[in-house]
Write a protein that binds this ligand. Structure first.
Ligand SMILES: [Fe+2]
Length: 502
């Protein structure tokens, strides 16, 4: 395993590439470059805005899907049983734009995945709106080389299609359920504007499956949009957080049931619980939160991983009872990158215990180049990784993530860091004083921050489980050819699995 990564050198981060990535050969020639700048792409995602303004219909639609799955005989536990106590799997999040930034992940992924048993995609399998028609180029084709089955939990973008494409591909269910009628005089707005699911061309899906993922070992049908994978050493629990992050009452009851007992557990969710140094516990309809279930000592969760935010973050949170739960964000496996430089000096855990990828300095340097280009002021905005790292260190009061000299940042670098949202210490900068990088209009602005050349700063996880321990490694996908065979390891943690109650 290689020793260099983004923490050791600029070359390790992919700022300088020794050779171009071979992934170029995988990108389908006829697919137009995916761009969030296209109004049609944003329009197809409009259900997000409607759900937030007028009410999220995901819970009601999910209830009907789950009822249909049960009716056809799916056991209520929604559980896949695997008998081997020792196994490995790959975990990706927010993959499916179908462009170069997704395909750049494929060669390093396949190399790092040697010997693994299955793969999981956590959140946003297909952008922009989960359409079945997008599965051939954004799912079957890129992962055709992975020999094992792939399970998934949907993200908000998969729900913009009413989950129809997702259920068709992963659960072998064709479900086209209309959202429940919105009430009140304003209900006419979402009723008129709600985007109905795209058509499913079963023949096209069958052909894509047969061509790319048709081997017997690649085929799988998962129990539902939420599921558990039960093994003798670990239970992996995947929840479906819909568009706005709430679990329906029935899924909440299921989650409590599969979480019971002392067997060690790992949660995979469409919305991370700890992210950007804030805790979002995840509401359950009828009361309670996902995080309360994860923290309950009787349930023995050791790890909770969420997609949705497109980078890597790890918070080893120590609870009052002395246990530590690792909370990870792992949504950086293909789509545009969310900035990490807006993360304050952490308070949820000690800054020294916090890990993120890309490093905040690299994130700021990347965004400074984008803003320099957009505003046609590269001379003012563009910061080298070293200049950006110095500015981040200055504003946050943290140690630099790479072995640069501790030089003072220039006034220009401090200005750029301030307007691009680097907080001061633990305090987020007032919104009106900075250019948009993350929040509103993050939906548009950060998603416009999609680039198609290295370093991509993509990442994916490999999880290795034995009877006694679980090891997670975060690999980088930079897009450089010299990083494909043996992708850099940006972070790793080993967790002891204790098969006993509290
Ligand atoms: Fe996403």
């Amino acid at each position: 395993m290689r020793a260099d990564n983004s923490r050791t050198s600029e070359a390790g981060a992919g700022w300088t590439c020794g050779s171009p990535g071979t992934f170029e050969e995988l990108v389908p020639a006829r697919v137009p470059p995916f761009s969030w700048r296209r109004p049609s792409v944003l329009w197809r995602s409009r259900n997000d805005v409607l759900a937030r303004l007028f009410g999220d219909p995901s819970n009601a639609i999910r209830r009907r899907c789950v009822a249909a799955l049960r009716e056809r005989g799916t056991p209520a536990a929604f559980t896949v049983h695997r008998s081997a106590p020792e196994f490995s799997f790959m975990l990706l999040g927010d993959t499916g734009e179908g462009d170069r930034s997704q395909y750049a992940v494929v060669p390093p992924l396949l190399n790092a995945a040697a010997g693994t048993d299955f793969m999981v995609i956590a959140s946003d399998v297909i952008y922009p709106a989960g359409d079945a028609a997008d599965y051939p180029d954004k799912f079957f084709r890129p992962y055709g080389g992975y020999p094992g089955p792939i399970y998934a939990i949907p993200g908000n973008h998969d729900w913009y299609d009413g989950l129809r494409g997702f259920l068709r591909v992963f659960c072998d269910l064709d479900a086209d359920y209309a959202p429940p009628p919105w009430r009140g005089p304003l209900g006419i707005v979402p009723r008129l504007l709600w985007r109905r699911p795209g058509e499913v061309d079963q023949k096209v899906l069958d052909e894509a499956r047969a061509r790319y993922r048709g081997a017997p070992g690649q085929r799988s049908v998962q129990p539902g949009p939420y599921w558990a994978i039960d093994t003798p050493s670990l239970r992996i629990v995947g929840v479906d957080t819909g568009i706005t992050g709430t679990l329906d009452r029935e899924q909440g009851a299921w989650l409590r049931e599969v979480s019971a007992g002392p067997k060690p557990k790992m949660l995979i969710t469409g919305k991370p619980i700890h992210v950007d140094d804030t805790c979002r516990p995840g509401r359950i309809e009828g009361g309670g939160t996902v995080d309360a279930i994860v923290r309950d000592p009787a349930h023995n969760y050791v790890l909770a991983v969420g997609g949705d935010i497109h980078n890597y973050q790890r918070y080893p949170v120590r609870l009052d009872d002395g246990r530590t739960i690792q909370y990870l964000v792992a949504g950086g496996s293909g789509a545009f990158m969310h900035a990490t430089h807006i993360i304050p000096r952490t308070s949820a855990v000690e800054e020294d215990a916090f890990r993120c990828y890309p490093l905040r300095g690299d994130s700021l340097s990347r965004y400074s180049r984008l803003y320099g280009r957009w505003l046609r002021m590269p001379g003012l905005f563009e910061l080298t990784p070293q200049e950006a790292t110095a500015a981040v260190r200055h504003r946050l009061g943290i140690r630099p993530g790479r072995g640069y000299d501790a030089t003072e940042p220039s006034f220009r670098a401090r200005f750029v860091a301030a307007v691009l949202g680097v907080p001061r210490g633990r305090r987020a900068r007032p919104r009106f004083l900075r250019l948009p990088v993350r929040r509103l209009p993050q939906r548009f602005r950060s998603e416009l921050a999609d680039w198609d050349e290295p370093p991509f700063f993509k990442s994916f996880l490999r999880v290795d489980v034995t009877e006694d321990e679980l090891r997670v490694r975060c690999h980088a996908a930079t897009g450089c050819g010299d990083h494909e065979a043996d992708p850099p390891v940006e972070d790793g943690v080993t967790i002891a699995l204790r098969h006993r109650g509290p």
